[in-house]
Design a protein around this ligand. Structure first.
Ligand SMILES: Cc1cc2nc3c(=O)[nH]c(=O)nc-3n(C[C@H](O)[C@H](O)[C@H](O)COP(=O)(O)OP(=O)(O)OC[C@H]3O[C@@H](n4cnc5c(N)ncnc54)[C@H](O)[C@@H]3O)c2cc1C
Length: 272
């Protein structure tokens, strides 16, 4: 039987909301490669690994599932953090890998890709441009890496974050983002929830979808300028339906989707 190529160990796996985790993984016997904030790694576990108790049972009958189950995950930690990489993921109950990641405990072993990749970085954004980061759910992960890496060294650049979730308790990293906002006057953090009637105590913040927040033009007054191309670039990450809808909205306002061949001000990462 082929030996499972585990090369990393779980440092911590904190369930920050039901089915939503912050996972830290350290390499075993090798050094993390340098990476650009916004890039992703690939994680892998074998089919035999246990699943989170809330996930659906694995009834996939395929006999050829003997290798590692592998999926991509955006890195949430700072590029200056050399001891471990952090991930922010949710358990897809019917999924292959995420229910197994949700069952990991400190000290468990898994596979971590030795190289990190991806083009969803600030490399293509001019240094003087404002950056607005829009995410639903775990789509916040690459922005945490960007903010943790760049906020301290780019005090002259405006950063905005619109993060949407169903409930306030699903807004991972809210405490850290509020603290960053207090410390860095150039960060505006706008959490928004879509199911306010389920909140106890009542939610006093923004309500609806991230698209609704964008339409309310929340940056105009605090920034004293209306975010527009070319001086503002918008990053979209997470649920593909949100990415499509936000991109269409932005294109009506004159933003263009960025590609390597045709530069634009909308940068997208689709999770599925
Ligand atoms: C570049 C990249 C970066 C990614 N980064 C992250 C990340 O930081 N955090 C994260 O949680 N996921 C991330 N994903 C998604 C991740 O790779 C997996 O697709 C996800 O964890 C589901 O894997 P699974 O094996 O459990 O489900 P699968 O068996 O692969 O089933 C996939 C199905 O589950 C649904 N699905 C996939 N992802 C999600 C999700 N996040 N929420 C709800 N439904 C989903 C879709 O319908 C999809 O078709 C990323 C994907 C890409 C391509």
């Amino acid at each position: 039987m082929q030996q499972t190529p585990f090369n990393a160990i779980v440092v911590s796996n904190q369930e920050v909301a039901p089915g939503v985790f912050i996972l830290r993984v350290a390499p075993e016997g090798w050094t993390l490669p340098p990476f650009k904030p916004g890039q992703f790694a690939v994680l892998g576990l074998p089919v035999e690994a246990p699943r989170h108790p809330l996930a659906d049972p694995d009834d996939d009958p395929r006999p050829d599932r003997s290798g590692l189950l592998r999926r991509s995950y955006s890195i949430a930690s700072s590029s200056r953090q050399k001891r471990y990489v952090e991930f922010f993921f949710s358990v897809v109950r019917s999924g292959d890998l995420s229910p197994r990641l949700g069952a990991l405990r400190p000290g468990d072993r898994l596979w971590l890709s030795p190289k990190f990749s991806g083009f969803f970085t600030l490399d293509q954004v001019p240094a003087e441009a404002n950056v607005i980061m829009v995410a639903t759910g775990t789509g916040l992960a690459p922005y945490m890496s960007m903010l943790r890496s760049f906020l301290p060294e780019q005090p002259g650049r405006r950063f905005g974050v619109i993060h949407g979730a169903r409930h306030s308790w699903d807004l991972g990293y809210r405490g850290e983002l509020e603290a960053l906002q207090r410390r860095h006057a150039n960060l505006l953090y706008l959490p928004v929830i879509s199911a306010p009637t389920e909140e106890v105590p009542p939610w006093g913040g923004l309500v609806g979808r991230v698209q609704d927040v964008w339409r309310q033009r929340p940056f105009d007054a605090p920034w004293g300028v209306c975010p527009a191309p070319p001086h503002t670039h918008v990053l979209l990450c997470g649920n593909p339906a949100m990415v499509e809808s936000m991109s269409a909205l932005l294109q009506e306002e004159g933003f263009r989707e960025h590609s390597r061949l045709a530069p634009g001000e909308i940068h997208v990462e689709r999770y599925w």
